[in-house]
Design a binder for this molecule. Structure first.
Ligand code: SGN
Ligand code: CA
Length: 527
């Protein structure tokens, strides 16, 4: 090769190298960051953007104002750890194996954090995870063991346990901010799972918010005194505010005189003992007058039910205020760093929650309040402010959506679908039915095993194992699901069609009675 040709060849290589490196740099700049915020048991009714008027959550609302609110966000299995496993894997519980809170999760299977990590993302898991074992797929993890504690919680940082002093929600936010500011590799895009324990039972507010709702009076939902006519399975529940909510453990009536010897009083005492002197002083200053007042009032019957409902709402909503503050702090950080434009921010919960509907707290049932979950999402680059997404979306869809935005291939075996184009307003070819399964029975709160299908208008549920009960609802006529229409002759055709939809959707996702038996036997053998 002549000297001249050699020089030309070298120049070509140099130009090519520059083009390639520019492309990589561009790609790095272009791929969005993802902040996936999730709280535990946060009912959509308790986010002001959803318009129920119970409380004011300005920071969470901001995500929807500057982005999108999802009106039909649902989970596939309304219980904590399974919901998280679904989000991580993009697969239904009966496929990823984590069907209930007790069953071990197999961390060796693929998950969205592993996939994004492989694609060059920095990944972090902070806060409540409720899945045992060192989280896999994360460059950094700092998680609560099990349910975690509201006051002075333990955390497990990259496998090492240590106790923090203070209030869990704020600590979780501080850890998230510390990772964003000081720990991540700033040359890479990031995925941060920032997951709050609040507002999970036993709804312990932060010191500064103890009094926030003290002057409010809450009116319960119209079906608070539900008599469960036509719904024998729901009638068996153990999640009634009136009948099952513990006066001392849930509602903080830990009196010095020991007058209220309830079932869970010892647990309440343990939680109280965990606080330091200053925390206890603030706690007592707030609750002692309420205990005195309750002793004087001695409410009974329906009056007691309404008193309990009000105490529940005050504490539950107060814990949410700290969650909202944390969201604000993270959004501020994104603004300050100029990251807001190219960062997807999602706010969701591991499932919905009952705020007195049917007289309940807790979740688990396929009825709307616990089947549904809040989803709010901001991505200024692609989503117009004030977007309302009405398509049926499930927590199954988060993993493929993240991969889609990250320009990373979605593995074929992922069962969810990316809602990227739905969020931009393209509704064609979107699904018109969703599938649900629930397994944790026999168990706390006594909710039978069930599965079902929901379309835009109808819902068909089958309770099995200790029961063989079908329920059918017309959500347009009966949005609070008070009238079971199964075997109602007027709905014979709808019933037939919904059975067909159920068979079809179970086939689509690979569920069956045989799998239900398998999970039941595994559950019974592990007890
Ligand atoms: C705990 C709660 C239950 C709750 C489950 C599951 N009891 O066991 O009320 O249903 O968690 O919640 S408590 O006495 O420990 O508070 S989940 O969100 O983790 O699935
Ligand atoms: Ca939960």
């Amino acid at each position: 090769m002549s000297k001249k040709n050699r020089i030309v060849e070298l120049c070509c290589f140099a130009v090519l190298a520059i083009i390639c490196s520019c492309n990589t740099a561009n790609k790095e700049q272009v791929r969005p960051n993802i902040v996936f915020i999730m709280s535990d048991d946060h009912a959509y009714q308790a986010i002001s953007a959803y318009g129920h008027g119970l409380n004011h959550t300005p920071n969470i609302d901001r995500i929807a104002e500057e982005g999108a609110i999802f009106t039909k966000g649902y989970v596939t299995n309304s219980i904590c750890a399974p919901s998280r496993a679904v989000m991580l894997t993009g697969k239904h519980s009966f496929v990823n194996g984590k069907v209930d809170n007790q069953q071990a999760f197999d961390w060796s299977q693929d998950n969205v954090a592993k996939q994004l990590q492989k694609a060059g993302y920095q990944t972090a898991m902070i806060g409540k995870i409720h899945i045992d074992g060192l989280p896999q797929g994360f460059d950094y993890s700092n998680v609560l063991p099990g349910q975690g504690q509201y006051y002075n919680p333990d955390f497990i940082e990259n496998g090492v346990k240590k106790q923090y002093h203070g209030y869990c929600t704020q600590i979780t936010t501080d850890i998230a901010l510390d990772w964003l500011k000081n720990k991540r590799d700033k040359s890479k895009p990031f995925l941060m799972l920032y997951h709050q324990k609040a507002p999970h039972r036993t709804w312990m507010p932060e010191k500064k918010y103890l009094d926030l709702f003290e002057d409010s009076t809450f009116t319960p939902p119209a079906n608070f005194f539900d008599n469960f006519e036509n719904r024998p399975v729901a009638a068996e529940h153990e999640m009634g505010i009136w009948e099952h909510m513990d006066l001392v453990y849930d509602l903080k009536m830990l009196d010095d005189e020991g007058e209220f010897q309830t079932r869970y009083r010892p647990n309440a005492q343990n939680i109280y003992n965990r606080m330091d002197e200053e925390q206890r002083a603030a706690w007592d200053a707030h609750y002692k007058p309420i205990i005195e007042e309750f002793k004087e009032l001695k409410p009974e019957g329906k009056e007691l039910a309404l008193w309990k409902f009000n105490r529940y709402m005050k504490d539950y909503l107060a814990t949410i205020q700290s969650v909202d503050d944390g969201v604000g702090q993270v959004l501020d950080y994104l603004d300050e760093e100029g990251l807001a434009e190219n960062t997807i921010v999602i706010y969701t919960s591991d499932q919905g929650f009952y705020l007195g509907e049917h007289g309940w707290f807790d979740k688990r049932f396929m009825y709307e309040e616990s089947f549904r979950t809040p989803i709010l999402m901001r991505f200024p680059k692609e989503i117009k402010p004030g977007t309302v997404v009405d398509g049926l979306v499930q927590n199954l869809d988060f993993a493929p959506t993240f991969l889609d935005y990250a320009e990373t291939a979605i593995p074929e075996d992922i069962q969810g679908e990316s809602f990227r184009s739905l969020s931009e307003g393209k509704t064609e070819n979107w699904r018109d039915a969703i599938y649900y399964t629930y397994y944790e029975y026999p168990g706390e709160h006594h909710v039978q095993r069930h599965y079902g299908v929901r379309t835009d208008r109808y819902k068909l549920i089958h309770f099995y194992y200790d029961s063989d009960t079908w329920e059918l609802y017309d959500l347009e006529e009966d949005p609070t699901e008070m009238t079971n229409l199964y075997n109602n002759p007027e709905y014979a055709e709808v019933q037939k069609q919904m059975h067909a939809r159920l068979i079809e959707i179970r086939k689509k996702y690979g569920d069956s009675d045989e799998l239900n038996r398998f999970h039941l036997n595994r559950f019974l053998n592990n007890r």
